[in-house]
Design a protein around this ligand. Sequence first.
Ligand SMILES: Nc1ncnc2c1ncn2[C@@H]1O[C@H](COP(=O)(O)OP(=O)(O)OP(=O)(O)O)[C@@H](O)[C@H]1O
Length: 304
Amino acid sequence: MIAVDNLIFEYPGVRALDRASFTIPQGRVTALVGPNGAGKTTLLRCMAALEQPVSGRIEIGGIDVLEQPRACHRIIGYLSDFFGLYQRLTVRQCLHYVARAQGIAAADCPAAIADVARSLQIEDRLDQYPGELSRGLRQRLAIAQAIIHKPAVVLLDEPASGLDPEARHQLAELFLQLQRQGMTLVVSSHILAELEAYSSDMLVLRQGRIVEHAALNAPAQHKPFRLQLAAAIPQLADILRKLPGLELVRTDQDRLAIVNLESDGLSQHRVLKALLDAGLPVCEFAPAAVNLQDAYLQTLDKQP
Ligand SMILES: Nc1ncnc2c1ncn2[C@@H]1O[C@H](COP(=O)(O)OP(=O)(O)OP(=O)(O)O)[C@@H](O)[C@H]1O
């Protein structure tokens, strides 16, 4: 659905994207993460056909974004990190304006507005002005504007900033609902715990380069397990590498290890028995929660 190839973008004196390449299949929700200044906003703006890179290619839904930016705008929805709203229009008028600009027929606008207002839970605000809304409600209006034309791809730059925990939870539910409708989402945020609630993949940018692109919840033939020992065993990693039925992910201080196991109970029993037979003083052996924060921190560990 999205293919980015060798993208280079430069501001005067700053290379913001450095040969970024990746592909995202349809229906995925990709968390775009990275430190401040990594290039996340620049990448999203290039994908939304709002910036012209120095070189490279971007294809979204079969459309060459750089050659056909207007066609691209029809099939994507984009929420900027600093968005503006029309202060003199009511919420309903804001949505109507955007709907018409996106090519929705006038007769179809009331239904489209009702539909998106229900999804964002702003149905009771349609006759208010943006200036009368709280920050969170304005954010929801901006998201409603971005998706009113039911785009195939939605690009969201820090969509949850300023939202309270309940609104964030509702936003996560909305993203999952959009995914179920077949949309492909790319969402940048610094709040990893929030991205985790709905992301299927993680794309890590650092200094303009893609340093990791991983599935977060790949179909689980393998399950990460956490192994804790009552006492440190030197060469724990070497011992684990030699045991059958497990794949070592990492060890910590010769007392803790994360290993991947087959997901069926019998295989897990065999591995536990092998660990005990090898003389390891196992005191904990349980499924490990590998969360987005862990995965992100691991990618930073890997970098020079
Ligand atoms: N208009 C601009 N002019 C010059 N340099 C810019 C401009 N916008 C961004 N940059 C630089 O480009 C690099 C990438 O910035 P970008 O905003 O894309 O990063 P980001 O990952 O979105 O950061 P943050 O997490 O802080 O929002 C940074 O070094 C930034 O200083």
